[in-house]
Design a protein around this ligand. Structure first.
Ligand SMILES: CC(C)(C)CCc1c(C(=O)O)[nH]c(=O)[nH]c1=O
Length: 309
């Protein structure tokens, strides 16, 4: 079965990769993804300086998914830039996730990545924090507009954005209208975790993660319908761009749903954290069997073909 996919002008052996943040902080983890059956892989969102992140426990898995408030622990952008310099792109494409703590930090990191002139593809994390007391960038439309204007100008080549979920049609419309102002925003990754949820352990009568009084972003089964909606909403509203799906993927059937909704590639977060990089061979096998059963010969034939009633 031909599972090949494409994004920008790059070919992928299959549409699967990790969600940024999962199995991608250290070189050893990145090498594990490089050597897995994933079609590509992405580094942990990086900041200018290294960060230890929030106090632990900061990640917790439940039968239905996960909650996290990691706090952007990462080795600093030069660590991932070094990995991208040494990497052999003939193996599979590599993405770099960037999540500066300010517009200036993002511009500095993007300038360095631009000047390195590597084949790595940038995914700009718009869930990154804004001014304290204000919503994350992607929930502050004026700030998002300013961020994209400045980063487009500075980076000057195609890049993507990682978006949090939206839940209101007017927000889909407004966010898409801003993204469509920037032709260099070549792809949109939907979704990041659903923010500020709360998981409770009834035995301990307590929250399960230490930061933020237990509030954190959720992933896994909890988020699949919201992820599919965001993929399809931006697929419909941004015909000049591609969409990468992320959220709730645990089986080949979930991958197929994201493809139908309009995803060109599909990221795996919580399920990868829980199962390890072996998940990619399982997902490719399940996806190939599903396509076979349905009589498809490629995934291109599935992309965006979701029917309405
Ligand atoms: C939430 C931020 C810390 C602002 C960005 C990094 C991030 C984190 C994180 O490092 O806590 N967790 C997520 O589920 N998504 C993210 O984008």
């Amino acid at each position: 079965m031909d599972l090949s996919a494409s994004l920008l002008d790059i070919r992928f052996a299959n549409p699967l990769l990790n969600a940024s943040g999962v199995w991608c902080r250290y070189n050893e983890e990145l090498d594990g993804l490089r050597d897995s059956a994933a079609g590509s892989f992405i580094t942990k969102s990086c900041t200018l300086a290294t960060r230890a992140g929030n106090p632990e426990p900061r990640y917790y898995a439940t039968p239905l998914g996960s909650i996290n408030s990691m706090g952007l622990p990462n080795e600093g952008y030069t660590y991932y830039l070094d990995y991208a310099r040494a990497y052999d792109y003939a193996k599979k494409p590599l993405f770099m996730s960037v999540a500066g703590l300010s517009l200036e930090d993002n511009l500095a990191m993007l300038a360095a990545i631009r000047d390195a002139g590597l084949p790595a593809v940038v995914e700009l994390n718009l869930s990154c924090p804004n001014v304290p007391g204000k919503p994350q960038i992607a929930y502050d439309f004026a700030a998002m507009d300013r961020m994209l204007e400045a980063t487009s100008r500075e980076y000057g080549r195609p890049f993507g954005v990682k978006m949090p979920p939206y839940f209101d049609i007017a927000h889909f419309d407004e966010a898409a209208a801003i993204l469509n102002k920037y032709p260099l925003v070549a792809f949109i990754t939907c979704i990041n975790s659903i923010g500020n949820a709360l998981v409770i352990d009834i035995e301990q009568e307590s929250v399960v993660i230490k930061p933020k009084d237990g509030f954190g972003g959720i992933g896994g089964d909890y988020v699949l319908p919201t992820a599919l909606a965001n993929v399809n909403a931006f697929f419909r509203r941004c015909p000049q761009k591609q969409v990468i799906g992320c959220g709730g993927v645990k089986t080949g059937e979930h991958v197929f749903m994201h493809l139908l909704a309009g995803a060109s590639l599909v990221q795996v977060g919580t399920a990868l954290q829980e199962e390890g990089p072996g998940i990619f061979a399982r997902l490719n096998g399940e996806l190939a069997a599903l396509l076979e059963r349905k009589g498809y010969t490629s995934i291109e034939a599935v992309l965006g073909k979701l029917k309405t009633l």
